[in-house]
Design a binder for this molecule. Sequence first.
Ligand code: PMP
Length: 459
Amino acid sequence: TDLSNSLAAADIAHSLHPYTNARAHEDQGPMIISRGEGIYVWDSNGKQYIEGMAGLWSVAVGFSEPRLKAAALAQMDELPYYHTFTSKAHAPQIRLAEKLVEMSPEALTKVFFTNSGSEANDTVIKMVWYLNNALGRPQKKKFLARNKAYHGVTVASASLTGLPGNHTDFDLPAIPVTHLTTPHYWRFGAQGESEAQFTARLLKEIEDTILAEGPETIAAFIGEPVMGAGGVILPPEGYWEGVAALCKKYDILLVADEVINGFGRLGTTFGCESFGFVPDIMVLSKQISSSYMPLAAILVSDAVYNAIADNSAKIGTFGHGYTGSGHPVACAVGLENLKIIEERDLVGNAARVGAVMQAELARLADHPLVGEVRGTGLIAAVEMVADKAARTPFDAKLKLGAKAAEFCNEQGLIVRAIGDALALCPPLIVTEDEVREIVARMERALDATQAWLAAEGVI
Ligand code: PMP
């Protein structure tokens, strides 16, 4: 579509794009994505790209799934919208809730729907506070989170997020939260420290924090099993088992933010399965509907549900919900999407093709620019460093990650730069040949980045 002379193009060029340098954007204009099919998208100039980020960690089934379109249309015909306030419900919402409970760990039995991951984490905060108020311990309010965590951008969910820019520019955190060390052995392991010692140090830090602040003040620990937007960070061996044990010991609720991990990304249905723990609360979004419709869900245990339900019978209802919570069209699309994930064994595909992708990417560890290649299943990151042995980062002013991501675009591959790490998260339908092609394109982009650094006189 030629948008160059249309009003739409002018509007797009001048609208505010999140995480975008507005002045540079005014000069360069946006990259307009106009079409998608399978693992591919096309820009408005007709150039084809492999969507190596599944459009921001989301599109499990690819960009042109006819069954999701059909599910949306059928639901539009039957009941396009209804709210879920004051004891109302509808079939798509009920069916999706049943499916989620069936797929998730046995202990999680009840579902609350929202429209986004940020709203879902906001809701979790309020649920936990409401629950502790109901249990007569209103002082049990604090959250434990981690540096580099991403839990959303609303005032409360951004407070849980542990990325400095999300805080310093907005006077956050606005809720009581303590951020702990990022569980990234390669970056934060001390000289000579083994992985097991690193895990033990992090668990000690958590326990020391709980004891210093008082377990009676700590409500919940929240974490992504594998951190996504912080740079695809896999925890060290034994970390999650240790965190779960500490939560149990000090009566702290464990919240798994599975917004990126959930529905197969790691080659298991949920990230918590990969690491052998069962949370009290699980947060799901993105791949729940392949983001064809905005949708998120919070799954809670009987204990959490009962504390809320008892309170709403005795004191006051849980006064929280969104007009679009459990939207019928979104739920119908979500249910169909989960059926496709099951019928096509996309979780198994993520494990099998993911193993090939990780093996192919491992070769890039020998590239002169690459410090660490990390990942599992169909999520990975390739981090560039100035000095491989010392793991020294490049000068941040170079914005090398963004530069390398541009070279990936030139090669027809969309990735996301997180600092100087290039993140990959292709659709779960990707094939072995396609992941080989993804890695080949990334390798050529790394070579181009190296040539650019040489031309700039940096190396
Ligand atoms: N949690 C995690 C782990 C996420 O990755 C994200 C989004 N990247 C969110 C929460 C927030 O979701 P949303 O963008 O839908 O608000």
